[in-house]
Design a protein around this ligand. Structure first.
Ligand SMILES: *Cc1c(COP(=O)(O)O)cnc(C)c1O
Length: 363
């Protein structure tokens, strides 16, 4: 039986990509804000319903750059229930991550536990919209205002998600989106920052290009994180199909729900009020089920079905962080990380395969 991976990258029809890249052989313009890069920026501003966007080589470097652009200092409040990138971006900027616990229902930051972690050294909150579920953006905004903190969202999972009709990239001071091959929308590798404050645009554009602000002036100690024309071309092609892809993902998710809802010991994430979802992931929490998460993972693997222990381990338990930063008050994050499994989910996943996966879990 052929292997079913946890995800499968969305790709446009081959001919469409070839058509899109053809004129690069006339322009000889391969990177540094070319025609495709410009078109992708304006298409994404429309699609995401945001004021500003800056494209990057990947989501992680986008996050590193915006932390730098805001000149953050000292401590940053974040969650350990995330991909390595979020915590690394903080630490690689010389800042200290202060881990906050997550909520038991949607796994986003528990806003009730933020204030007790704020000290005179805190400069920002970097929460994560987990699996496509949106953080409590209104409560986070209130706290940030009260203590004068910046908010940067890791929105890697929430491409196309809206809250009461508003693009999720409009909340906080900036949001980072990832366009990695495995995400709902991809540019092979890629990412973006969205933000309201126009004045941020120049510093971000120069930070991703060696700090260069004009041919003879270099104002920042920048890096190199530019998106190239071949990535942008992939984005332009994939963007045409993303709504259809999300619709197909929805069918898959509904089929999973039909199979797995109401089973003792199996917990699913509920839809959020006012949020238009993107069906990015299908997490299942095995909490008092007849098999543990690890047993289900192994069982599926025997049938060539590759689920993912995502997110496990917590970033606070990585070898590079364990014992370095305080990780003693994260009971919910620890509990969920030990029990959660994301099941295979991509647009072209056969509904019969979904039924088969669920049968294996149930039998
Ligand atoms: C994918 C991902 C990132 C990193 O994005 P890249 O584009 O792969 O650099 C960061 N945070 C989360 C939560 C992610 O899932």
């Amino acid at each position: 039986m052929s292997i079913i991976n946890v995800t499968k990258s969305s790709m446009p029809p081959f001919e469409e990509y070839i058509d899109e890249i053809k004129n690069i052989w006339e322009s000889y313009w391969l990177t540094n804000g070319g025609e495709k890069h410009k078109r992708l920026e304006s298409s994404l501003i429309d699609y995401l319903g945001v004021a500003n966007i800056v494209l990057f080589a990947n989501g992680h470097l986008a996050l590193e750059c915006v932390i730098e652009a805001f000149n953050l200092t000292g401590e940053v409040i974040t969650t350990p229930f995330t991909f390595a990138s979020t915590t690394h971006a903080i630490v690689r900027n010389g800042l200290k991550p202060v881990f906050c616990d997550i909520k038991d229902d949607d796994f986003t930051i528990d806003t009730k536990k933020i204030e007790s972690l704020i000290t005179e050294n805190t400069s920002a909150i970097i929460p994560v919209h987990v699996y496509g579920s949106v953080c409590d953006v209104f409560e986070i905004e209130k706290i940030a205002k009260k203590y004068n903190l910046k908010i940067i969202y890791d929105a890697a999972h929430t491409f196309g998600v809206t809250v009461n009709g508003e693009g999720v990239g409009n909340f906080g001071d900036a949001s980072m989106f990832s366009f990695h091959a495995t995400k709902v929308f991809n540019t092979i590798e890629g990412g973006a920052l969205t933000f309201k404050d126009d004045s941020l645009k120049n510093s971000l554009n120069s930070l991703k290009n060696f700090g260069i602000t004009s041919p003879e002036s270099v104002e920042f100690v920048g890096g190199n994180a530019k998106m190239n024309e071949f990535q942008a071309a992939m984005g332009l092609c994939n963007l045409k199909y993303v709504d259809r892809e999300i619709e197909k993902r929805k069918q898959v998710v509904e089929r999973y729900m039909l199979n797995l809802e109401g089973i003792k010991g199996i917990r699913l994430v509920k839809p959020q009020d006012g949020v238009k979802p993107n069906y990015a992931y299908f997490p299942v929490v095995f909490d008092g089920y007849k098999y543990t998460r690890d047993q289900v993972f192994e069982l599926l693997k025997r049938y060539n079905i590759i689920a993912r222990k995502y997110f496990y381990p917590l970033t606070s338990n990585f070898q590079c962080y364990k014992g370095v930063f305080d990780s003693t008050h994260l009971p919910v994050a620890e509990y969920i990380a030990d029990r959660v499994l994301t099941l295979p989910l991509y647009a072209d996943l056969d509904l019969e395969d979904v039924d088969r996966i669920c049968r294996i879990i149930k039998e």
